[in-house]
Ligand binder design. Sequence first.
Ligand SMILES: C[S@@+](CC[C@H](N)C(=O)[O-])C[C@H]1O[C@@H](n2cnc3c(N)ncnc32)[C@H](O)[C@@H]1O
Length: 208
Amino acid sequence: MIKSNLVEETLQILHDDAKNDYIKIAKGMAKSILRPIKPTDFENAYLPISKAQGEHLHNLIVQNDFQNVVEFGTSFGISTIYLADAVSQTGGKVITTELLESKAKIANKNIAQAGLQDFVEIRIGDAMKTLKNENAKIDFLFLDGWKDLYLPLFRMLETNFHKGTLIYADNMNMADTLQYYNYVQGNSNTYTSKLIGGGKAMLTSLAA
Ligand SMILES: C[S@@+](CC[C@H](N)C(=O)[O-])C[C@H]1O[C@@H](n2cnc3c(N)ncnc32)[C@H](O)[C@@H]1O
């Protein structure tokens, strides 16, 4: 549970502003009619998780006393604020990564507005590079960047997982997540997973 009014107020402002996303998404989709979509097509859009998802992520971290949290896909920092508030209660830290510098700068400002800057490190650039050679263990991994990278990123970070690691992947109803889904489901000796939120997201833990 979020205990700070400042965090609650900041999230409310950002969720309200994100309601204008649909116009920006439509413009982004229009650009990509004749070619694959690019992250820059959505440079002005939050593309955020919902408040209910944010609260769920928060609860998972606090209830499991997770400290080392990694996020793929910062955008303007809505999800990062939920993660950061949670680790502020467990004594942990969030490493988050965003491809677009313009988005990372706004996220930085929003996270500071919520008073959570001491709990977040933002790495700017392609997650496959910014998280490469990461040797700290990961307690909680939140996948919410471009969907075709879920599997390569997950595989790159597998050596950082431990028995208690939990992986939350959003947008599992999007076609580009299929390879990730098949990999995790196909390795049932190593991973146990379940779809949640009517199939929108998937929670994965290391099999006992
Ligand atoms: C769905 S949005 C993230 C929303 C955010 N988690 C939230 O709930 O507020 C996905 C973000 O991933 C970023 N992204 C896409 N490809 C990336 C990559 N290769 N490395 C890092 N970030 C990437 C996009 O620029 C976009 O801002």
